[in-house]
Design a protein around this ligand. Structure first.
Ligand SMILES: Cc1cc2nc3c(=O)[nH]c(=O)nc-3n(C[C@H](O)[C@H](O)[C@H](O)COP(=O)(O)OP(=O)(O)OC[C@H]3O[C@@H](n4cnc5c(N)ncnc54)[C@H](O)[C@@H]3O)c2cc1C
Length: 371
């Protein structure tokens, strides 16, 4: 199939949409990205880009640009609430890809992805209201009154995806019974706990505290994931509420929490979705969180979005038709993300570690996953 004849419309300029735009435009397709927001923004927090994602960036020629705004990390360490070791393991897949995990600020990451797209490819202020699948293509209608048609529509519109809801599944996101509190703080305020560059997770009483060093910025992403019955998408939370979640933790973690400027803390209830049976028709396909939003306990949502973009481009380049490519894309990616969705529903209490590392006791576990 000649991909250069395809008009592709991507809905959403998050990690999935921006990465797909890069991958598909590199193939020579005519790509337009429609984003509802009036500017490209991300929350103040860090994530870990895995070796397989780094490999994908190298294939797109943007590996060095990503490295320039991230910190290489050797390992992921799981520790008790009072800072005793449970496990420390080098990032998996290092040897397979010749790359390690890179820790990056979410804002720097989206800028690095969108920044390599040709001017005009991303149309801001385009909130999709309706998608109609016409078989050989699809038509999009936006809240600003504009419409667009394309041979292929890529729904990269996140966990509350309208493309998914209108064409593939009416199932709603599922509350995980947790909140995530995320902020970026100065490395000087972390009592040297992150100087070695390891991503650390401290667990106790249902709370997970992540310290994700962004040493190139002199900062650390400080993330608390804690149990809560409040399913409000963006709950109203006070400093006292956050402090209660780290009661009994190492006093340095308590002090970091006390010092938080609540105006800079991103507060979100944690949601995922159940696996979606079908991700595609003959001319519309879901990728990223729209297809498989997962809890963040394995740190695989954004990484999966990147691998989706790479796999979609690979299958389109290899297949004889769009239909064949989309079937092949789902067959390649869905078994992987179904499993990640399943294990990501588990938190990281010591009992739950046994589910991820069966038969091993804390202290003996080989950490193969991280935040
Ligand atoms: C607390 C937390 C911690 C996380 N930590 C990690 C981590 O450490 N590692 C990791 O890999 N992942 C992590 N994730 C997951 C990761 O953030 C997501 O998987 C990732 O952002 C998904 O990218 P996406 O592009 O699919 O969706 P999104 O980032 O949600 O992007 C969707 C885009 O579509 C746009 N959009 C939505 N609706 C419309 C519409 N109707 N019209 C036009 N545009 C629309 C949105 O404005 C947005 O720009 C975490 C998530 C959370 C909540």
């Amino acid at each position: 199939m000649d991909v250069t004849n395809l008009d592709i419309a991507i809905v959403g300029a998050g990690y999935a949409g921006a990465a797909a735009a890069k991958a598909l435009s590199d193939l020579g397709a005519r790509v337009t990205v429609y984003e509802q927001a009036s500017e490209i923004r991300e929350v103040g927090a860090g994530i870990g880009l895995r070796p397989s994602s780094m490999d994908q960036f190298n294939r797109w020629g943007i590996g060095e640009a990503i490295k320039a705004v991230s910190s290489a990390s050797d390992a992921f360490a799981i520790r008790t609430a009072d800072d005793h070791p449970i496990a420390r393991e080098e990032w998996p897949e290092k040897a397979a890809y010749g790359e390690t995990t890179h820790l990056i600020h979410r804002g720097d990451f989206i800028e690095a992805l969108v920044g390599v797209l040709p001017a005009g490819m991303v149309k801001l202020g385009h909130r999709l209201e309706k998608v109609v699948d016409t078989g050989a293509g699809a038509t999009l209608t936006f809240a600003n009154g504009e419409t667009a048609t394309a041979d292929l529509v890529v729904g990269a519109d996140g966990i509350k995806s309208l493309v998914r809801e209108q064409l593939f599944s009416q199932a709603q996101p599922v509350f995980a019974g947790e909140h995530a509190y995320r902020a970026v703080i100065d490395v000087a305020d972390t009592f040297g706990m992150t100087d070695d560059g390891d991503l650390r997770m401290f667990i106790g009483r249902g709370t997970k505290v992540y310290l994700l060093p962004l040493l190139h910025r002199g900062q650390v992403s400080f993330d608390i994931t804690a149990l809560s019955p409040d399913a409000t998408w963006a709950p109203a939370i006070t400093k006292a509420d956050v402090l209660a979640t780290v009661e009994g933790f190492d006093e340095r973690i308590v002090k970091m929490t006390e010092a938080l400027d609540m105006a800079t803390v991103n507060v979100r209830a944690v949601y995922d979705i159940d696996p979606v049976d079908t991700w595609h028709s003959d001319s519309v396909v879901l990728i990223g969180d729209a297809a498989h939003a997962m809890c963040h306990h394995q740190g695989q949502g954004a990484n999966s979005a990147i691998l989706d973009a790479g796999a979609l481009a690979d299958t389109l380049a290899a297949a004889g038709s769009v239909t064949e490519a989309l079937a092949s894309f789902q067959a390649t990616r869905k078994p992987v993300t179904d499993e990640l969705q399943r294990i990501s529903r588990h938190g990281w209490t010591e009992d739950e570690l046994d589910e991820v590392f069966p038969g091993q006791k804390p202290g003996q576990v080989a950490a193969t996953t991280g935040a």
